[in-house]
Write a protein that binds this ligand. Structure first.
Ligand SMILES: [Fe+2]
Ligand SMILES: [Fe+2]
Length: 201
């Protein structure tokens, strides 16, 4: 007698759906979850990281920090990196969401948001100068912005680890892993800045 694969046609005692259709549903749900997480991550990159690092670059000390860069330049440099993450995430969204892809192309953004072309955006517009008596206030601004940046990077690392665990698509998992590793570098950069503000060597 032929062996019947009961697993394939098995019905769940709870829902009555076949295992195959449940598996399809789970994979659809994972696909939707990937898209939602990509959009959430893109929102985090543009509205928190890019925005706060770019605005910080105008408010902080115009003094040498590291690698020949001032605190102002370093914040602008971090803002550019975060902009890169934002673009990578939107490209993955357009890969998984055909309507979004069509819209990007229709708005002549296909080269940057569908293909991998890097736009040349300039987030460094300084140096931003100030009178010497403002130095103490600038130091305090730098401290405040560094603390905000450390908090944001820590939260982002936690979020991206969650998105990696939830990822259904291996390319999404790979992208979140790549960006996560970069955020861990950012956390080190901002701690280096914190230590330098207090002259801890
Ligand atoms: Fe980022
Ligand atoms: Fe970051």
């Amino acid at each position: 007698m032929a062996e019947v694969n009961f697993n394939y046609m098995a019905k769940s005692p709870l829902s009555g759906k076949t295992v195959a259709s449940q598996e399809k549903l789970v994979s659809q749900q994972k696909g939707n979850r990937d898209l939602q997480n990509l959009r959430e991550a893109a929102k985090r990159e543009i509205s928190q990281a890019v925005y706060s690092y770019f605005t910080a670059s105008r408010e902080v000390l115009n003094e040498l920090f590291t690698d020949g860069m001032t605190y102002q330049e370093y914040f602008a440099h971090e803002a550019s990196d975060e902009m890169g993450h934002y673009l990578q995430l939107l490209r993955m969204v357009s890969k998984l969401d055909s309507t979004q892809k069509e819209q990007f192309i229709e708005h002549t953004l296909g080269a940057y948001l569908v293909e991998n072309q890097e736009p040349s955006f300039k987030l460094w517009r300084g140096p931003y100068c100030y009178p010497p008596q403002e130095r103490e206030l600038r130091w305090l601004n730098t401290f405040r912005e560094v603390v905000k940046a450390i908090s944001l990077e820590l939260e982002t690392i936690n979020k991206y680890e969650q998105y990696i665990n939830e990822a259904g698509n291996p390319e999404v998992k790979q992208l979140f892993t790549e960006i996560l590793n970069h955020e861990k570098g950012d956390l080190a950069d901002f701690n280096q800045m914190l230590f330098s503000l207090f002259n801890i060597k």
